[in-house]
Design a protein around this ligand. Sequence first.
Ligand SMILES: [Zn+2]
Length: 425
Amino acid sequence: MRLLLRKARILDPSQGLDLEGDILIEGGRIAALDREIPPPEGCEVLEARGLWALPGLIDMHVHLREPGEEWKEDIESGTTAAVAGGFTAVACMPNTRPPNDSPEVTRYILSRAREVGRARVWPVACISKGQAGQELAPFGELQEAGAVALSDDGRPVADSGLMRLALEYAASFELPVISHAEDPGLSAGGQVNEGPVAARLGLKGIPAEAEAVAVFREVRLAALTGTPVHIAHVSTALSVEILRRAKEEGLPVTAETAPHYFTLTEEAVLDYNTHAKVNPPLRTETDREAVRQALAEGVIDAVATDHAPHSPLEKEVEFPAAAFGLIGLETAVPLTLNLVREGLISPLRLAELLSTAPARILKISGGTLKPGSPADVTLVDPELTWVVTEEALHSKSKNSPFLGWEMRGRAVLTLVGGEVRWRLR
Ligand SMILES: [Zn+2]
């Protein structure tokens, strides 16, 4: 199939490109990219004036829930939500049932992803067996089966000695390590951010220090071992300051945050809305502002959704009993576009945060529109307005704190390897 995207605003950080032009796709690859490409014979032409053409978006932090919790999400519904949200690839966290700590689970995920044929799926395998924090998972076998990174996400690696060992061992496989940075002693029993809101609701709080202490530990372990560490879902101003210092020191540390941390504050839980119960918790306005600045300045490298589907069984219960987590694949694009509209980041930086940086951190293909690379392309209409409703979402679960919000901006076409995997209407 040949396809010509005509007169799109092409945004490709990997080539420093922000220009109006044409993209020719042929044989599943980007064949050419230029200000004007005459349509070859028999080529489908798509007028893309007013649309942004981005290297396929990559969500480096999702929970697809398969195997084991398919009532919340499965690989088919999760990757359908991904392409509908503009993501051509996702990295899925290992806290499934069983956890992805064996080559069998890794291979199962990859084969299901191939069968359903939506977004690319890059499995993240466990750091510790059973995510129990006792002994390391078999990194080499997991990598051979197709795992691209390691994390115990969902829970922290509490033992600093084990984390050090994990970094040293991961280095020999060049596997990126992703840290769910949380000091479990400080967060234990917590429901929401510690402070006046928690007090008002009569709920136990999770202090910002529960994250910051763990971020500092990872930074020092990166220094000690010389091995890169990636910090997941940064939510506090304290963590941002630690990361800023680490980067000034030249340490191999990268970080992501999620749209809910730069959009919402702890006030979203004031009405006991369990859809806003998430770990780490939504924080204060000061934290939100620090995270936004960090995205603009490069202290935080990437935007990931931490898409965490839960059914009404886990969410329509009293607040303390509700599960942590919210879905994000289908709202990330408009929420990140808000940062552009507010003058905080450029459109090119948006493409960096949502595509090029995740590819670089995970050392996976993608994040580029260079001729010759697989045609993973996301076309975004930055002006299209729509309302987040349960019906509009493709995820099996509807636990979004943004239900009822009017969004501006949406993926209208998602190409994976040159194939149309999502087209709006
Ligand atoms: Zn996590």
